[in-house]
Design a protein around this ligand. Sequence first.
Ligand code: MG
Length: 155
Amino acid sequence: MIGFGYDVHRLADGESLILGGVPIPSSFGTVAHSDGDVLLHALVDALLGAAGLGDIGEHFPDTDPRWKGESSSTFVRHAVHLVTSAGYRIVNADLTLILQAPKILPYKPLMRDHIASLCGLPVERVGVKATTAENIGAVGRGEGVEAYCVVQLDP
Ligand code: MG
């Protein structure tokens, strides 16, 4: 089974920037009810989608005070629990982050390690890629950050 996930969050001054579970030093960060980790949100939707289990908004509504400021790693752990309880094994996860700034190259290995650990996968089964938006559009102007994820599950 293949699952696909996408997420976007606005960026604003004074917010924290946490991507793939890794705090990134920055004067701006994501505006969100949770910790705004777009990369992990895309991963959750890919996991849920592959198993036909709905989406992140159904499981963790942003109107629920329980999830205010919650670490998105909690959401991933829950999604992993759901898909494995449904009888699936995670084969691999491939993620792409689109962010104009700051440069996140130094943090990619940490993100990869964290995601592999959350999914119970060897790091070789996790891909974390990043690109800028070439200064084009809202993401290119630094107004937001986007993430895409594809996951494969085996029965
Ligand atoms: Mg989100």
